[in-house]
Design a protein around this ligand. Structure first.
Ligand code: OVV
Length: 407
């Protein structure tokens, strides 16, 4: 695991452990946990020979990198590709792939559009849709908790909340899957996603235009900020694109993670049923436990020290959010799903100035779905083969066959 090469082409400073596994391989994605442990134990920073990047997997260093955006920038991309050296596959995101001061202005706009105040009127409708979904699924013999619940529920609320027309919504998940694969290296997952991406990209580009966004939705709200002069009219469609990129597949995998946890750990589901007010924390704990977004990169803007080791300027640093979320240096019993745990501080949504701007939407969807399951469902049983879905950034399932009984 810890390789000792003779002549590094572009190696790390002496003393930094070198690992030769591929953090974007199917074998790693199938069971990342033993490798996460090796990464954490190897040291505060490691060098990943496969892609010539640094890696951090301990909570302390992941948190530190996330909270020093001046040194660890996003403007050169948060995937493997360095935008200072390679042309990005799409125009960069004005929020994710931006640094202050440019980021500050776009972030303020999305903060407002997705604020607690803006979301308050959506709660009743989101709750009613979650309850209707659970009722519909209880009326069935068995179903797939990914397609029929984890995908179906967000698709029943988020596109409407955005203000999207009905036509073409089948492009949303393929587009998001592409975006998250594209953060990875030029492997099969990324190349194959890009090859079939033209129709999905065309769909998203069109739906970002003002005339295609219904009044009252998040999309129209963003365009209204251009009228107010907070952003330019040319910036509005790209900020809408951020919500279409990051707003659905993430919650699909978050809700999928939560249902998978409740199905595997019936004691925790019993606890949730006996106290449905735990729904919000049960969802949060699923985000910590499974980390639907596994990794992001940063790029160093100067020479910097991590855990006593010097890293040069212009280096990519891969943050293993999932490994930080189970670091025993930070968490008691990190590998148990505990819905009553104090989850505050997990980095499943990131941390610092780039921390998930849609987190209140995600938590709303997760809370009301787990609340509906807690009140209406007596048991969740896995009835068939659990199949994993592979993506360079997202962790989740392709299929989770289950039977649910009514409470
Ligand atoms: C957090 C995230 C993921 C993917 C895309 C974007 C953001 C974006 O801003 O486009």
């Amino acid at each position: 695991m810890v390789a000792t090469a003779m002549t590094p082409q572009h190696g790390p400073a002496p003393g930094i452990p070198r690992l030769d596994f591929d953090p974007f391989s199917i074998e790693f994605f199938a069971d990342p946990f033993p490798t996460h442990q090796r990464l954490r134990e190897a040291g505060p920073v490691v060098y990943l020979d496969k892609w010539d990047v640094y890696g951090v997997a301990r909570y302390e260093q992941v948190h530190a990198v996330l909270n020093d955006p001046q040194t660890f920038c996003s403007g050169r991309g948060v995937g493997l590709s360095d935008f200072a050296k390679e042309k990005p596959w799409r125009p960069p995101s004005l929020i994710l792939e931006a640094d202050p001061p440019a980021h500050t202005r776009t972030r303020a706009v999305l903060n407002q559009v997705l604020s607690a105040t803006a979301l308050k009127p959506l709660r009743a409708h989101f709750t009613q849709r979650a309850e209707a979904k659970v009722d519909e699924l209880l009326a069935r013999e068995s179903f797939d908790a990914i397609a029929d619940l984890a995908e179906s529920y967000p698709l029943s609320v988020f596109p409407d909340a955005m203000g999207l027309r009905e036509e073409g919504r089948e492009n949303l998940l393929p587009y998001a899957s592409l975006v998250f694969n594209a953060f990875g290296p030029p492997n099969r997952l990324r190349q194959e996603a890009l090859e079939r991406s033209a129709p999905h990209q065309a769909y998203v580009a069109a739906q970002c235009q003002r005339e295609n966004l219904a009044p009252g939705g998040f999309g129209a709200c963003i365009h209204a900020r251009a009228d107010a002069g907070e952003i330019t009219p040319a910036e509005a469609p790209l900020l809408v694109r951020s919500l279409l990129s990051a707003g659905i597949d993430t919650t699909v995998n978050g809700i999928g993670a939560a249902v998978y946890c409740l199905a595997r750990f019936p004691g925790q589901f019993a606890k949730l049923r006996s106290n449905p007010t735990l729904a919000r924390n049960a969802f949060e704990e699923a985000v910590r436990y499974e980390s639907p977004v596994q990794t992001f990169f940063r790029t160093t803007t100067r020479e910097v020290e991590i855990g006593g080791h010097r890293i040069g300027e212009g280096e990519k640093v891969l943050m293993f959010l999932a490994a930080a979320n189970r670091d025993p240096r930070r968490w008691d019993n990190p590998d148990s799903y505990d819905i009553a745990r104090r989850t505050t501080g997990h980095v499943g949504y990131g941390s610092g100035i780039h921390m998930c701007v849609g987190q209140l939407v995600a938590r709303l969807e997760g809370e009301v779905m787990l609340g509906a399951l807690a009140r209406k469902v007596g048991s969740i049983e896995i009835t068939g083969e659990v199949k994993r879905r592979y993506n360079n950034t997202l962790r989740g399932l392709e299929s989770l066959p289950v039977k649910m009984t009514a409470a």
